[in-house]
Design a protein around this ligand. Structure first.
Ligand code: F0G
Length: 446
């Protein structure tokens, strides 16, 4: 059931086809290079692209800009305590800033870090400390057809293999990402979080939850984990997050704001250590790189994210979008995750081998046919891995309605109808850092 209505709107339009063709070519067939005004439905990310509520806008106007000890920070501290259960908060300009603060504090050269699946910036921040990020997804995490309820879970078997291999003293940190963005936004069960806590205790490691999408995860837990069927969303969130020593958060996801993030913990010593690094990289620890007004809006957004009506509508809306695509015959990764629908481009464009980037070809066709922007998360984004050729259509929060999703489904159906004509790509110009190539590389049609 929808729990909000529009109070302010932004015009969008579908540029004519010949302009879309020209835009694609000028962008080097990389949709990161498109002007957003030339995009009709923008599903590039769910990060910072959602709509704020009138309560958040009110908070924004009332937010104060004190360098130290702002009123907005007090509100953020109370919101984090009430919603997530942590007493200490260190704000940061966004999630990756929080990652730098926390991972830079606890990691050293030569460490090894297991995570159910590292998100790009997490992997990069772990590596930036000279540590080695190791993914420990469950067996069927990348099987688009497996129907397990918690395909985002952390594999304790894999993590134990890592520890057996390198020794527990080299594993000072264990991360669990909820929901698991890099594994199709799949949820993680509370039971799995409990087991990871035990594992971290066994090896005397710090346990961090990447909580970017903690509220969406809690909504899945309530539906799929029997023990929680009658519990409130915020109770579930506190139970799950309460097993962690600290959380890293991007406010741009389940904080329902356009900017901001934080580290939160109950550990006074860890808090003090992180605070020093935060001053160096982010700002004084009552604003951490955010404008005071953004801190105030985040305090309100965190509370709204765990409202039952909001968050169940959120995951239902994404699931309905997935069904629309499946109904017109588009192969999608199932079950649908929390923040995006993932298309299986390898299966949709089975005539294109991985080297011809079928995911990128599908992304370009979605723009050419309907002005829709998604993102490739297959061989182009992750060279030299054996991930499936997925395309992510991320859903900004409280932004698009059913008609928009219908347009996307119709567009994808048109691409499928013309699949034989769809050509692959080769890379024409590549940046130096291979992990980040999909953001800036130029392509040419084959
Ligand atoms: N962790 C996860 C799981 C994320 O999905 C992201 C961002 C971050 C950390 C970093 O947060 O962007 O605020 O610095 N994900 C976005 C995405 C960018 O499109 O999936 P940030």
């Amino acid at each position: 059931m929808v729990a909000y209505k529009s109070k302010m709107v932004e015009s969008i339009s579908l540029p004519p086809r010949d302009r879309r063709e020209r835009n694609l070519e000028a962008a080097g067939y990389n949709v990161f290079n498109l002007d957003a005004d030339e995009v009709f439905i923008d599903l590039l990310t769910d990060s910072g692209t959602g709509a704020m509520s009138d309560s958040q806008w009110a908070a924004l106007i009332r937010g104060d800009e004190a360098y130290a000890g702002s009123r907005g920070f007090d509100r953020l501290e109370s919101a984090v305590e009430d919603v997530m259960g942590f007493s200490h908060v260190i704000p940061a300009h966004q999630g990756r800033g929080a990652e730098n603060v926390l991972y830079g504090t606890v990691l050293s050269e030569g460490d090894v870090v297991p995570n159910n699946t590292h998100f790009d910036t997490t992997r990069a921040h772990v590596a930036n400390q000279g540590a080695e990020p190791v993914d420990c997804p469950v067996d069927r995490a990348f099987d688009p057809d497996a129907s397990d309820p918690f395909k985002g879970n952390f594999s304790l078997e894999r993590a134990r293999e890592v520890v057996d291999d390198v020794g527990p003293e080299r594993v000072p940190l264990v991360i669990q990402t909820i929901t698991n963005n890099s594994a199709a936004g799949q949820p993680v069960s509370v039971e799995n979080t409990r087991r990871v806590r035990e594992f971290a205790d066994e090896i005397d490691a710090t346990f961090v939850v990447d909580a970017c999408r903690f509220a969406e995860n809690a909504a899945f837990v309530r539906r799929r984990e029997e023990e929680f069927a009658d519990r409130e969303i915020d109770e579930i969130a506190r139970e799950q997050l309460g097993h962690a020593d600290a959380v890293v958060m991007s406010g741009k996801k389940d904080g329902l704001v356009n900017a901001g993030g934080f580290v939160a913990t109950d550990d006074a010593d860890l808090y003090e250590r992180c605070k020093q690094r935060a001053i160096l990289y982010e700002g004084f620890p009552t604003y951490g790189g955010m404008a005071g007004r953004d801190v105030a809006a985040l305090a309100v957004g965190l509370r709204e994210a765990v409202e039952e009506a909001y968050v169940t509508d959120r995951i239902d809306r994404v699931a309905a979008f997935g069904e629309m695509l499946a109904d017109v015959g588009v192969p999608i990764y199932g079950p649908t995750g929390g923040h995006a629908v993932y298309l299986d481009a390898g299966s949709a464009l089975s005539h294109l081998p991985a080297e011809a980037f079928p995911g990128q070809a599908f992304v370009c066709e979605l723009y050419r046919e309907g002005g829709v922007r998604g993102v490739e998360l297959g061989s182009f984004a992750f060279p030299e891995t054996d991930r499936p050729e997925l395309v992510r259509l991320a859903v900004p929060r409280r932004t698009y309605s059913r008609e928009h999703f219908e347009h996307v489904a119709e567009t994808a159906a048109t691409v499928l109808e013309k699949r034989e004509e769809v050509v692959g790509f080769e890379i024409a110009a590549e940046p130096e850092i291979p992990e980040l190539r999909h953001f800036t590389a130029g392509l040419e049609p084959l």
